[in-house]
Design a protein around this ligand. Structure first.
Ligand SMILES: [Zn+2]
Length: 150
């Protein structure tokens, strides 16, 4: 898909767990492929070692030079805003405080301030900015009364 449609932007969920290394090798050659880290950090983890797996996967993403296309996602599917905000606070707080000690524990370099800001927000903006260009183009076509593509 990334070879046939090089301009199409992809977000691969959950770092393609459990095929993370395959994803990272695709990302290394395909600059429009992004991925998020939802479900690696949760208040009640289904898989208790996923936070170490996250550190390992981010260390691998750094080695593949694709860490700037990895971003935080909540994967929240509920409908309670207070629960959602609580989840965001827990997960983002955990990432800020405990991710780098886990990176060190596994022998990887810690994330710099710049890399942490990318993971927690700036990296996804690159994906969304591209999407917003297409949304604007579509809105413009619709405003002209042209609803079939192209
Ligand atoms: Zn998901």
């Amino acid at each position: 898909m990334t070879i046939d449609f090089p301009d199409l932007r992809f977000n691969v969920e959950h770092m393609s767990y459990p095929w993370t290394e395959e994803l990272l090798s695709i990302m290394a050659r395909s600059p429009n492929v992004y991925t998020h880290i939802a479900e690696y950090v949760t208040p009640e983890p289904t898989w208790p070692n996923r936070t170490l797996l996250l550190a390992r996967n981010l260390g691998m993403a750094w080695e593949y030079s694709v860490l700037d296309r990895v971003f935080y996602g909540s994967d929240y599917v509920g409908g309670n805003i207070e629960e959602y905000v609580s989840l965001l606070k827990y997960e983002i707080g955990w990432i800020k405080k405990k991710l780098n000690p886990n990176m060190e524990k596994l022998g990887f370099s810690v994330l710099s301030q710049h890399e942490m800001e990318g993971l927690l927000g700036k990296n996804v903006l690159k994906l969304w900015n591209g999407a917003s260009e297409h949304v604007q183009a579509w809105a413009m076509l619709e405003s002209l009364g042209r609803t079939k593509w192209p």
